[in-house]
Structure formats: C-alpha cells, structure tokens
Design a protein around this ligand. Structure first.
Ligand code: IPD
Ligand code: CA
Ligand code: CA
Length: 292
C-alpha cells in the first residue's frame, strides 16, 4: 500500500507522548475535511461502489482523505496513515493493511466520511473520524459532525469532550430503560443474518433501537450518553478507532461481541455505558449474532 510511510524514528529516543500537538492537528484536519464534505452535500457526480452494490464511495470521500493526509503529513511527515480510501475493499485486505500499518510507531487511522450512504442521500448524519495510535495504543480520537458542528475529542487518560464540555456515558442499568444503536453494514453474507437474529432477540427487551448509518457518530453518541450502547458486526479500524477512545474516556466499555477486550483489529464491536454491556453481549451470543 503506497499510503504508508516507513517510520524512521530512532528506537533509543525517549518515548514521550505529548498528545496536545497531535490533537490540535487531528481537530484541524477533521474541521477542514468536515467543512469540505458539508459544502459538497447534494453535488455528488460519480457514485462508485466497493465491496458490494451497497458499499458506496464518492469523489468527496477521496478528496477529504487526501486533504486529511496532506494536513497530517505536513506536521508529521514520518507518521503513517491508514485511511479507508487507501485500502482495497474487503475484510482480508483490511486485515492485511492493518497488520502492515501496525508496525509504525505513530499510526493515524482515518475515515474521511463515515456514513457515505447518508451523505449521498442527503440524510444529515455523517462524520469525519481521525484517531492516532501510538505504539498500538489509541492516544487521540476526534470525530467531527459537520452538519451539527459537533467536534468530539478524546485524549488517552485525559477524558473526552464535545466543544469543551466533558462527555460521560449514560446511566441506564437495564435493557428495558436503554436506547440501543446498531449498524447495518453493506455485507449481506454475515452481517445481515446476524443483524436480523440480533434484532429479534434485543428489540423486545429495550426501550428503542436506532440505526443512524454512521458507526463513528454512534460511538460518539455512546460517549456523550445519547444512546446506552451500540453494536455492529463487520467494522473496519477506521470506523471505530476514534469512537472507541471517546467511549472509554467517557467511562464506557468496549469489547468485541463475545466480550473480549477491543483492539484496533476488532471487527465485531459492542460499546456501552458499562452497566448493560454484559446484557448486550449475552443477548448477541444467545441469538447467534456475534458475527464470529
Ligand atoms: C459505514 C458506516 C455505517 C456502517 C458500516 C460502515 P462508511 O462506513 O459507518 O454506519 O454500518 O459498517 O462501513 O462506508 O460510510 O465509511
Ligand atoms: Ca466508515
Ligand atoms: Ca468512509
């Protein structure tokens, strides 16, 4: 993959994470890309498809990713970038790209438009998602919703904020009181049957289900306490890296759908306020809907 830059940092240099500069760069890139995307809503000329007829891509996705790459590399030319539009579609290619990218000490994980289908249809629920992993550890996560002008920012160990106000997960302790978000990914082989089984099991137990069509925004909404939990099978690193840090820094929990700890390669994700986490995981297991 030509998009990855080799990391030339001397291993003997002391390791200091001063995430402030990185965060500022992530915020700036997300804001600029977000403005660009919003200005293009309703103007898409060429609609491409990727892994399936439902998996859309536009010139705006590609342009926004270029913009983010340029902005990040201007500041950090020796950092690596794993961006959705630089990777061949398909789970195996994504896994291979991540394996290669993981070797880099500083890895930016970028989804230029999360919610492309919404963007194409003019459904105003899409976002830019940018994360920085330092030696494999998520250190900065930024999600920008240009429609509502909401900038969600998390720094490892320092909490998460939306426009300067600390975010915190919600307090529901039972499924009956919970509002749950889920995603319907384009994959119809594994994800669709899993989702139908999960819906049948979970819908009768909860207050409500929402499926907005942006993994990043759903995770940001878990962080901000706007939904109690979110799950989806078949995600890629760029869909959730920034959002996972937001949820964790807001006091929430993130695992795979079997309850194992999240890592950057986790594809089947449950994020919650912590209180109802086990209930979601056990419901997915009971329904045979973990995606595994
Ligand atoms: C998609 C969105 C959608 C989710 C899919 C993702 P994209 O990302 O997050 O909500 O259900 O799994 O692939 O393709 O719009 O960047
Ligand atoms: Ca995405
Ligand atoms: Ca995308």
């Amino acid at each position: 993959m030509s998009s990855l830059n080799p990391n030339s940092r001397n291993e003997r240099e002391p390791y200091v994470v001063s995430s402030k500069g990185y965060t500022a760069v992530a915020i700036n890139a997300a804001a600029k890309a977000g403005e660009f995307i919003k200005s293009r809503q309703g103007t898409v000329k060429e609609l491409g498809t990727k892994s399936s007829a439902q998996d859309l891509v536009t010139e705006v996705d590609k342009g926004a990713e270029q913009m983010i790459r340029r902005l990040v590399l201007t500041h950090y030319p020796d950092h690596a970038i794993l961006g959705e539009e630089g990777v061949v579609p398909g789970a195996d290619a994504v896994t291979a790209a991540l394996e290669e990218a993981k070797e880099n000490e500083f890895l930016w994980i970028v989804d230029p438009v999360d919610g492309t289908t919404n963007f194409v249809h003019g459904f105003p629920f899409y976002a830019v998602s940018i994360a920085l992993a330092v030696r494999g550890e998520l250190t900065v996560g930024v999600i920008y919703d240009p429609v509502r002008d909401e900038m969600f920012v998390a720094e490892k160990g320092k909490g998460a904020y939306v426009h300067g106000v600390k975010t915190a997960v919600s307090s529901e302790t039972s499924l009956g009181d919970s509002l749950i978000a889920l995603g319907f990914p384009p994959d119809r082989q594994v994800a669709q049957p899993a989702n139908l089984a999960a819906l049948q099991n979970i819908l009768p137990k909860v207050r409500g289900i929402r499926a907005g069509g942006s993994a990043a925004l759903h995770l940001a909404y878990v962080a901000a306490g706007r939904v109690s939990a979110y799950y989806e099978v078949g995600l890629s690193p760029w869909d959730c890296a920034a959002g996972v840090l937001l949820v964790k820094e807001s006091g929430g929990q993130v695992t795979d759908t079997q309850g194992n700890p999240y890592h950057i390669g986790t594809r089947h994700v449950v994020a919650s306020n912590g209180h109802i986490h086990e209930d979601i995981v056990s419901s997915l297991k009971e329904a045979g809907a973990t995606g595994f």
